[in-house]
Design a protein around this ligand. Structure first.
Ligand SMILES: NC(=O)c1ccc[n+]([C@@H]2O[C@H](COP(=O)([O-])OP(=O)(O)OC[C@H]3O[C@@H](n4cnc5c(N)ncnc54)[C@H](O)[C@@H]3O)[C@@H](O)[C@H]2O)c1
Length: 257
């Protein structure tokens, strides 16, 4: 079967993706700072380079798929959010693009359905995805106060989704596909440490497909979407942001397509 590389495959959504791909007979290589096949802190440039070098050494003949999934939530400092959620995904994808090209592979990144909510700061999205100067953005992010971390989170994921849509035509030119999955709130270690107030805020909008129940999605439901998009079954799909949020985005923005 195929060779797949994932970032953040140790817990949560990434662990479910690994499980599904492995059970289908594929080989999966996990880049993670905890219990990875290569252990690397992807919030640093050195960690990303270490991970890219390890994959290139192990799979010189190419890889079939790449899932850039490692990320932190809105409880992390803004600098960490920008570094891991945007720059790590972008640099790992570009760093392994040559290996994907050898097998006409596909890439999927994990964004978030918060990219369309009001916490997004378009000035930050522009700063990240237009300027793309990580050192300067890290300097700026140091001064972002903790109460704005939810905006840093949604903006980092919006910048990532925008980047995917922008570069997908050039990837297609090389026979490659790149798409994003935008999960709604999902039960994983990332969402386990929420305070009651954060949990109330997260569950403000009940999931339409569950008849309005106030609950989180399962990691398996998000993994189903990622595994589909990275597979050959999605051969006609490129440059999309697929919301796997039970219909919350449609409920909130039904007039946008
Ligand atoms: N859980 C949700 O509600 C939700 C909603 C939308 C989007 N997401 C996104 O889904 C992705 C997976 O998150 P999850 O919910 O499964 O959480 P998680 O914390 O279980 O998974 C994150 C993974 O990334 C790894 N990781 C964290 N920091 C790292 C670093 N510096 N270097 C390398 N690896 C690192 C972790 O070890 C873990 O395996 C993230 O990008 C997250 O932003 C999650």
């Amino acid at each position: 079967m195929g060779i797949y590389v994932i970032t953040g495959g140790t817990t949560g959504i990434g662990a479910q993706v690994r499980k599904q791909l492995t059970e289908a007979g594929n080989e999966v290589f996990n880049i993670d700072y905890k219990d990875g096949d290569v252990c690397a802190d992807l919030s640093t440039k050195e960690g990303r380079q270490k991970a890219i070098d390890a994959v290139k050494e192990k799979y010189p003949d190419g890889i079939d798929g790449l899932i850039c999934n490692a990320g932190v939530g809105p409880t992390a400092p803004a600098a960490k959010i920008f570094a891991l959620n945007f720059f790590a995904s972008e640099q790992i994808a570009e760093g392994l693009r040559d290996l994907l090209k050898k097998k006409q592979g596909a890439c999927v990144v994990t964004s978030s359905n918060s990219i369309t909510n009001q916490s997004v700061r378009m000035d930050w999205v522009d700063m990240i995805s237009n300027v793309m100067d990580e050192d300067r953005i890290m300097e700026y992010a140091k001064d972002i106060p903790p109460q704005l971390q939810p905006s840093a989170y949604s903006s980092s994921k919006r910048a990532l989704a925008r980047w995917v849509r922008r570069i997908s035509p050039s990837w297609a030119y090389d026979g490659l596909r790149i798409n994003a999955v935008a999960p709604g709130n999902t039960t994983t270690p990332m969402t386990q440490g929420l305070t009651d107030a954060q949990m109330d805020a997260a569950l403000l909008i009940p999931i339409p497909t569950r008849y309005g129940r106030r609950e989180f999605l399962d990691a398996e439901e998000i993994a189903n979407g990622i595994v589909f998009l990275v597979s050959k079954k999605a051969s006609g799909v490129n440059g999309i942001v697929m919301f796997v949020d039970g219909g919350i985005d449609a409920l909130m923005r039904s007039e946008q397509v």
